[in-house]
Design a protein around this ligand. Structure first.
Ligand code: ASP
Length: 588
């Protein structure tokens, strides 16, 4: 028997008990004739005591223990003289009578403590050591609890967890596929699923009624803090439902998860449902952070053509936000904000500001172009008060300018401490446009995916005015993060064909790529719809993490590499030959 207790469970009531523990040496210190060792396992840390006076040989062996040695000890639980109220086992210690080294360890490349000295790259390379750290491990524990709660909830609602294949054909979800060559079918490739979208729809055609799966999805996209090339979805689909049915069920699930996992009561009121166009107008984002206000005010009526400022006179969009109490910002602070909006990632041409003084007068960076009455109207339109700072962005492209103002709003939210990680603002964004224009592809693309149903009242516009068609789609947003999204699907082969046509597919290509789905629709497809939650995003939100990486056991780095496994990597020529693949030298 390696142990009869864990390092996290002994308390004052166990004093006098003989116990055997096993774990890792977190650290040891020698004080006079005593040696103290912190022994760690997944459950906690227990202090071990070796006394030179009672067993010099044992103590000498304890003094030789290095960090991360794996040891087994037997001893008696003793009440500590100086207690440590920072850890649950802080009232006791183990007076050790027997020590066995189960495995030695090299000195770890970084300290395995909550505040480690290891940088990101090093910790990724030795992720198995990083995972020994309490805070990183806690994220995985939270993830586990989260998945259990999801399974419990969905099971209670009659959902079946059904696995779908990982080697599939390509299903466009707007990203690039990862492809896998097929040895048995030379020249042909599988694609890894960007999501099980079409498969879950086929499960509805198959009469499964309610499906879910906690499933890996793969998208070959450039990485950002909340993206990984492989990530996990809680993928769901239901038959005989309308948008309201799905929204209310998944709202109930969100409330259940908040209560179970975060101990946070979101109340009984339904979440706000914000039409996409309104979200864009008021917040410049389809995933607005509603923990704070600072809504956009459109200023073209006030500032366009009412002064000599050419930038505004030529702009297609002029919008402002009012930062309460920020009129006292220094030149340096304003410069920082200006540099922020002008940075290449944001790309604004500049930032105009106006301070409202304590006496109510307005002083702006464009004073010389405008009469005082115009600036007064600006103040009134912005509903700005003495002490407030008005920040204005403009530009020739409405969408771009709104996005820039959105970034500025979020930055101000950060600066003013309005984005508290312990507060949660949930909403649905609904009525998305069905299509968006892709410059890259030179055609309309599905904003959600091509299987999304248009709103019934918009179907007649499909051929005449596709830009006006709204989708029967919905996203759940929490604190500025899209935590889930889905739609009512098309279940009619003819309507599906019209959508493919609007997306620029010839009937032959649509048949070639999606024939399996359209054919299935000929055999009694029920009305259906669903949604997928991003598991990694939910968990990082609940754990208050900045990146989803921290709640994934073995994540990829920003270049999509697994630096621990050193993947991706080159393969042997024999493997390439078997697959009948020829690699061209780089410069050809
Ligand atoms: N398959 C979709 C996605 O991955 C979600 C859905 O429509 O259910 O975004």
């Amino acid at each position: 028997m390696y142990r009869n207790r864990t390092c996290g469970e002994l308390r004052i009531e166990h004093v006098g008990e003989e116990v055997t523990l096993a774990g890792w040496v977190q650290r040891s210190r020698k004080m006079g004739g005593m040696t103290f060792v912190d022994l760690r396992d997944r459950y906690g840390i227990t202090q071990l005591v070796f006394n030179e006076e009672s067993d010099a040989e044992l103590c000498a062996r304890a003094n030789k223990l290095g960090r991360e040695f794996v040891i087994q000890v037997t001893g008696t639980v003793n009440e500590r003289y100086s207690k440590n109220d920072k850890i649950p086992t802080g009232d006791i210690e183990i007076i050790v009578s027997r020590l066995d080294i189960l495995n030695a360890s090299d000195t770890p490349p970084f300290t395995i403590e909550e505040n480690t000295d290891g940088g990101d790259d090093l910790r990724m390379k030795y992720r198995y050591l990083d995972l020994r750290r309490t805070n990183v491990r806690a994220n995985l524990e939270l993830r586990h609890k989260f998945c259990l709660a999801v399974r419990h909830f969905l099971d209670s609602k009659g959902f079946l967890e059904i696995e779908t294949p990982v080697l599939v054909g390509s299903t466009p979800e707007g990203a690039r596929d990862f492809i896998v060559p097929s040895r048995m079918n030379p020249g042909q490739f599988y694609a890894l699923p960007q999501s099980p979208q079409t498969l879950k729809q086929l499960l509805m055609v198959a009469g499964m009624d309610r499906y879910f799966q906690i499933v890996k999805c793969f998208r070959d996209e450039d990485l950002r803090a909340d993206r990984q090339p492989e990530f996990t979805q809680i993928d769901c689909e239901m038959s005989f439902v309308e948008q309201d049915d799905i929204i209310s069920l998944f709202e109930e699930m969100a409330k259940y998860l908040f209560k179970e996992i975060r101990g946070c009561d979101l109340g009984n009121a339904p979440f706000l449902r914000l039409p996409w166009s309104e979200a864009m107008r008021r917040f410049g984002s389809d995933k607005p952070d509603m923990r704070f206000g600072m809504e956009f005010v459109e200023l073209a009526d006030v500032l366009k053509g009412s002064g000599e400022f050419a930038v505004f006179n030529e702009a297609a969009y002029i919008g402002g936000i009012c930062a309460e109490g920020c009129a006292s910002y220094t030149r340096k602070q304003i410069d920082e904000l200006t540099n922020f909006v002008k940075s290449p990632q944001i790309g604004a041409k500049g930032l105009v500001y106006a301070r409202v003084g304590e006496d109510g007068t307005v002083k702006s960076s464009v004073d010389k172009f405008y009469a005082p009455e115009v600036l007064e109207r600006l103040k009134v339109t912005m509903n700005a008060h003495p002490g407030d700072l008005i920040l204005i962005i403009s530009g020739p492209d409405v969408m771009k300018a709104r996005k820039q103002l959105c970034e500025l709003r979020l930055e101000m939210g950060n600066r003013l401490g309005l984005r508290d990680k312990n507060r949660f603002a949930l909403l649905w964004v609904v009525d998305f446009p069905m299509f968006e224009w892709s410059e890259e592809e030179g055609r309309l693309m599905a904003m959600h995916h091509p299987f999304t149903a248009p709103r019934p009242e918009d179907v007649p516009l499909l051929e005449t005015d596709p830009a006006k068609v709204c989708a029967n789609a919905y996203d759940m947003v929490c604190n500025g993060v899209e935590v889930g999204g889905g739609s009512i699907r098309i279940h009619d082969a003819e309507l599906q064909a019209r959508i493919f046509k609007a997306l620029g597919f010839t009937p032959e290509r649509a048949q070639e790529q999606f024939g399996f789905l359209m054919n299935a629709f000929k055999y009694g497809a029920p009305p259906h719809g669903g949604l997928a939650y991003g598991l990694d995003r939910w968990v990082s939100l609940f754990a208050g993490l900045d990146s989803i990486r921290d709640c994934i056991a073995f994540p990829k780095n920003n270049s999509g590499r697994d630096v621990m496994l050193d993947a991706p990597s080159f393969v042997d020529q024999t493997q390439l030959d078997e697959l009948q693949l020829d690699l061209r030298p780089k410069d050809e």
